[in-house]
Design a protein around this ligand. Structure first.
Ligand code: 8IG
Length: 269
C-alpha cells in the first residue's frame, strides 16, 4: 500500500463509515464502477439489499448523469460476498480536479474491497474491434498526464490491470479481447490525427475515465479489473461523425450480455 496517501481530509474514511452505517455491513469485498452504457447491466446482479444516492455519503459531488446515475447499490451475492456498485462516476473533464474522480474507489477500498472492477464505454482505435464488443483492459497510456496521487508516491504500475483477475475473466469467456486504453481528458472527442497518433503509440481503446481510478485504488492495495465496451469507432476510423446518442444506444444493446458476464465473474474475484 502507498504510504503517502493519508486521505488528508478523511473523506474516504468517513464515506466508508457512513456506508457501514447505511448498509449495516461491516465490510464490502468487491466494488464495481458502472460507466455510461453499463448502468442497466447492474440489473443482472439481482436485487440489491440497499440502494441510496451517492450524495448520502460524504465527499461526493452531485451526479451529472441522468437516470440511475448517482446511485449506489449494495448486494449480497451467493450469500457470501458483499458487492458495492456505483452507478455512474465523476469524470476528470468535469473540472473538479482528481479528488472527486477517485473518491468512489478510495471509499470502496476503505470499506474493505480488495478487488475493484472498473467499466466504461469507449471508442475503438483498433480496427478489429466491433461496436458492442467488450474488451479487457490490459494496460493504459495516460495522455492527460494527470495523477490522483500527490507527492513522492512512486507506485509501481507494472501489473496495474491484474493478470490474475484478467485470467479469471478469460477463463469465463475465452473470446474476449485485451487491449491498451488511452485516457483522454475530453470532453471533446479526439481529432482523426490524434487517433492516428494513439494507434501509433500502441493504443487500442480511447476513453475519458478509468485510469485515475485504477491508479488510486491500486495505490491503496486493491487489485484492478477493467472492462471497456466499444460503443463507437474512434474519430476518423469510419469517416462517420461521433454521436453521443449512438454511444448510448450501443451501450443499451450490450448491457444484458455485460451484466451476465459481471454476475458470473464477481463471485470469483
Ligand atoms: I463512449 O471515441 C466514448 N468515450 N476520448 N473517445 C473518447 N472517449 C470516448 C469515445 C471516444 N467514445
Amino acid at each position: 500500500m502507498s504510504k503517502l496517501y493519508k486521505d488528508p481530509i478523511g473523506t474516504a474514511e468517513n464515506a466508508a463509515k457512513e456506508l457501514r452505517k447505511i448498509t449495516k455491513k461491516e465490510k464490502h469485498d468487491v466494488a464495481l464502477v458502472m460507466g455510461s452504457g453499463w448502468i442497466s447491466a447492474a440489473e443482472a446482479l439481482g436485487i440489491p439489499t440497499h440502494e441510496f444516492s451517492v450524495t448520502d455519503l460524504p465527499g461526493f459531488p452531485a451526479p451529472t448523469v441522468s437516470g440511475h446515475g448517482g446511485k449506489v447499490r449494495s448486494y449480497n451475492l451467493n450469500n457470501s460476498i458483499n458487492a458495492l456498485v456505483f452507478l455512474g462516476r465523476t469524470h476528470f473533464y468535469e473540472g473538479l480536479g482528481m479528488e472527486p474522480v477517485v473518491h468512489a474507489v478510495r471509499t470502496a477500498v476503505k470499506a474493505g474491497c480488495r478487488a475493484i472492477v472498473l467499466t466504461n464505454a469507449c471508442g475503438g482505435i483498433n480496427t478489429d474491434y466491433k461496436v458492442g464488443q467488450p474488451v479487457i483492459i490490459k494496460d493504459h497510456i495516460s495522455l492527460t498526464a494527470a495523477s490522483p496521487l500527490i507527492g513522492a508516491d512512486f507506485v509501481d504500475l507494472t501489473d496495474l490491470y491484474s493478470k490474475r483477475l484478467r485470467e479469471i475473466v478469460k477463463a469465463e469467456d475465452s473470446t474476449l479481447a485485451e487491449g491498451v486504453y488511452v485516457h483522454w481528458r475530453g470532453p471533446a472527442y479526439e481529432t482523426p490525427a490524434e487517433i492516428k497518433m494513439m494507434r501509433t503509440l500502441g493504443a487500442d481503446l480511447v476513453g475519458m475515465s478509468t485510469v485515475p481510478e485504477a491508479i488510486a485504488a491500486h495505490a491503496l492495495g486493491a487489485e484492478i479489473l477493467a472492462i471497456s465496451l466499444v460503443t463507437n469507432a474512434a474519430a476518423g476510423v469510419t469517416g462517420e461523425k461521433l454521436n453521443h446518442a449512438e454511444v448510448i444506444a450501443a451501450g443499451k444493446a450490450a448491457a444484458d450480455q455485460m451484466g451476465k458476464l459481471l454476475a458470473r465473474i464477481l463471485p470469483k474475484l
